[in-house]
Every structure is written in C-alpha cells, then in structure tokens.
Design a protein around this ligand. Structure first.
Ligand code: KG4
Ligand code: ZN
Length: 324
C-alpha cells in the first residue's frame, strides 16, 4: 500500500511516499528556515505563506521521485497536530482536497508520535535494517516537545511524562541565543561541544524525582547567569559552556529513558525528534543502553528532523486498521 504523507507543522513543507509503512520511496522537504534565522525563531506568517507556495510542488516531486502517479496512491496521511495553526491548515486543506479528488482515504497523524515512528522506516540503502520490536519506550526530543511514552502498539501510546517548561530543542535554541551563536542552536552547540577542553564548568538539569517529567528552563537560566557574570573574563570559553549545558540535558534524558525501560520491563528504546540527531546523545545513550541490556534505536539523521515519511509510515497503520 502506497501512502502519500504531507507534513507542514513548522517551517518545513514536506511530502513523501512510503510503501507498506516501511519503505521510503521518496522524501521531499523544502524549508523556509533561512528566512527565519535573522529573527532567532520561526515567524508563523512567513512559514505558512511559503507552505502555500511550495505544497503542490513538493507533493508532485514526491510522486515523481517515487516513480508513481496519483492513481498509484492508496491513501493520504497528514499531520494534524501539534504545530503552527496556519501551517497545519495549509497541509490539512491540501491533503483533504487531494484525498477527495482521488477518492482515497485520508488519515490524520500526530506529529510527535510520528517522530518515534521514524525508527520503523527502512532506510532504502540499508539492506540489513531490522525494525525495532514493540513494546518500547519512546523518547521524543524535538524543538517543541520532550516526552516519554510507553508504546504497546502503533495506536497505543501511553504518555509517561513530558517537559513542564522548555522542550530540549528549545533549550538548545535559547542557550545558543544567549551565547550569540545563531539559530537553530542544537546543531551549533553539538558541533562546538566536540572541541571541549578540560574545565570545571558544570550545569545540572532539574531531576524532578519520582516523575518522568522534564524541566530545562532552570539550566537555561543558569547558563544565562553564568554568561552574564563571566563573559568578560579572559579564559571564558563558549565551547566549554556549550559542552556543560549539553551534558546536563543529555544526562537527564538518558537517566529517565533508562528508568522508564526498567520500570516497564522494556528492552527497546526508540528516540525521535530533532535532538535525536545530537551526536553526544546518540553516543552516550547507546553506551548506557548497552550496559542495561536495552536495544536503543535512532532514526537516520534526515529522519530525525521534521519530514513527511514518518507521517506516511504511521498513517499506514491507521489505514490498515480502518480497513480491517
Ligand atoms: O523535530 P524538529 O525538526 O522540529 C520540531 O518538531 O520541533 O526539531 C528541531 C529542533 C531544534 O530545536 C534544533 O535546535 C534541534 O531540533 N536540533 C538539535 C540538533 N539538530 C537539531 N539539537 C541538538 N543537537 C543537534 N544535532
Ligand atoms: Zn518535529
């Protein structure tokens, strides 16, 4: 079954074709990110205007790259939430009109859960790929969300905890802004942190004991005060601050994910969202998971970011369920 996925929740206009919820036949993304950079964050009006311009083009390209015609599409899947209202409206209106025109079912998909589904997509070039096994613990770390789920089936996600304030990616972006590094902050902090030198700087993210919730606003504020107090000093190192901040975020993500696996006696951990591209998180979580006999999975980097393949992939299971 070929599903055409449409995703327009933030700055991206994306379309993809996925076969049987597994094989990514095409995955097209146009982002308006460059236009937002000078504002240090996404401007919803700019995002939705671009999406209106690009959506048809992107959908056509997804079909062309998959070497398919519209009549080969069995259903349309679209992100329905969460996201910027104007942006979601563009994708949903397009998908509804298309499904009506080709007389094929439309399914609406949650963006956050779809981030985790990216782990179940076959990277076309990876012939040895083995799909993770459910039940699993799912850790979503994106620009807007940080949540832990217990996933029993693709229609049964139980929320265990989420951030009480900033999302992990949002904290990366805000800290990069404080340090005047640019936007989006995650990839910049990731890159700079690799050049760390020995230093005493330490930050700590809130523990929120006995809860699977997260909080990152405290560590962000700690970076702000540290920067204000020390930035004029001769030996002040932005690199060391980045590294210490990043470590505090990934330490708590790792700790709570492993605890959730232990509590729910789950041997599979799937990670999704933009921050899942973070090299230190990938490396440290993989090591910690091995020590705890947990199989941890990350999507390939381009599927960590917002994309429509994850929407088409999860959408497949809804179409299948509706037909059963
Ligand atoms: O999942 P995503 O593409 O969009 C949302 O649904 O929010 O995530 C974007 C977020 C941004 O906050 C960005 O700074 C962060 O992911 N990000 C990273 C890295 N690459 C992207 N954070 C840490 N390390 C990275 N390498
Ligand atoms: Zn996302």
């Amino acid at each position: 079954m070929n599903i055409l996925g449409i995703e327009t929740s933030c700055d991206e206009t994306a379309a993809a074709v996925v076969k049987d919820g597994k094989t990514v036949l095409s995955n097209v993304i146009i982002s308006s990110l460059k236009e937002h950079k000078k504002y240090g964050g996404i401007i919803p009006e700019i995002a939705s205007r671009r999406q209106l311009e690009y959506i048809n083009l992107v959908a056509q390209k997804a079909l062309k790259n998959a070497k398919l015609k519209l009549q080969n599409i069995d259903a349309v899947a679209v992100t329905n939430s969460p996201g910027l209202v104007g942006s979601l409206l563009v994708g949903i209106s397009f998908a509804r009109a298309l499904s009506f025109a080709i007389d094929k079912p439309l399914v609406e998909v949650d963006h956050i859960k779809a981030h985790l589904y990216a782990n179940f997509l076959f990277p076309v070039k990876d012939k040895k790929f083995e799909s993770p096994v459910l039940p699993a613990i799912g850790l979503v770390v994106s620009g807007g969300h940080t949540s832990l789920y217990h996933i029993k089936k693709f229609f049964s996600f139980k929320l265990l905890g989420e951030t009480r304030d900033d999302a992990a990616g949002e904290a990366f972006d805000k800290v990069a802004r404080i340090l005047e590094l640019g936007y989006p902050g995650g990839p910049i902090i990731d890159r700079l942190s690799k050049q760390v030198e020995p230093s005493d700087i330490r930050f700590k993210s809130a523990e929120l004991k006995d809860s699977f919730d997260f909080s990152f606003s405290g560590v962000k504020t700690a970076v702000l005060y540290h920067h204000r107090e020390h930035k004029q000093e001769k030996n002040f190192s932005v690199i060391n601050v980045c590294h210490a901040f990043q470590k505090s975020v990934i330490d708590i993500l790792i700790k709570k994910s492993v605890l959730a696996c232990q509590k729910f006696k789950t041997k599979t951990l799937v990670v999704g969202g933009g921050v899942a591209a973070n090299s230190a998180l990938r490396c440290c979580l993989t090591k910690e998971a091995q020590l705890n006999n947990i199989n941890v999975c990350f999507p390939v980097t381009n599927l960590c970011m917002d994309n429509a393949a994850m929407i088409a992939g999860l959408g497949f299971h809804f179409v299948k369920k509706a037909k059963a």
